[in-house]
Design a protein around this ligand. Structure first.
Ligand code: HEC
Length: 153
């Protein structure tokens, strides 16, 4: 299986979660001057809403990988669906105006990919297919994390 590859990708993702990387940065450089991406300024409440969604993403990803390794496609489906389009419904409405369009596009594409993974896992039950969908989905995480960070203002 390609599971080993995905585990390595996951370890990289989880060990170097953006907050950790950025907080390490801020120890080295208080201005985070080496970050080339876009800083998004949010209220503490708005930031927490985004981060809570992120924690949901990791939780879903863990559930998908566990489901795949246990050959439990129902678990794969249920875990993926939790981060589908329905997941962002509780976002503060003030976020809409503050988030850059490219951020929102990448975010909604990520939800769409979780939904697609859920649907295909349910209908096809093909673990290899789900795994390659997960790999492509994780590229969204990597890409967004290298482009954006959030600060409270
Ligand atoms: C549309 C952009 C975007 C996408 C897509 C995205 N993230 Fe994030 N994520 C962020 C930002 C911005 C932060 C905050 C970074 C910072 O400023 O510390 C973050 C933070 C996180 C955190 C830290 C949460 C915390 O409580 O501190 C985790 C974990 C995380 N993301 C996981 C993921 C995973 C897994 C995926 C993909 C399934 C993903 N993210 C997709 C933008 C994104």
């Amino acid at each position: 299986m390609q599971l080993k590859t995905i585990s390595i990708a996951l370890c990289a993702l989880l060990n170097f979660s953006p907050s950790q990387v950025f907080s390490q940065d801020s120890v080295l450089n208080m201005n985070n001057g080496n970050f080339k991406g876009t800083t998004i300024y949010l209220t503490a409440v708005e930031r927490e809403a985004v981060l809570s969604e992120m924690r949901g993403f990791v939780k879903s990803t863990a559930g998908i990988v566990k489901g795949l390794s246990a050959e439990d496609m129902e678990m794969v489906t249920a875990s993926a669906r939790k981060s589908g389009r329905g997941a962002g419904a509780h976002m503060p409405h003030t976020l809409h105006k503050k988030l850059p369009v490219s951020f929102k596009k990448l975010g909604s594409d990520t939800h769409r990919r979780f939904d697609e993974l859920a649907l295909d896992a349910e209908q096809l039950g093909d673990a290899g297919h789900s795994l390659s969908q997960l790999g492509a989905l994780l590229d969204n995480c990597v890409s967004c994390h290298s482009s954006f960070r959030i600060k409270v203002r």
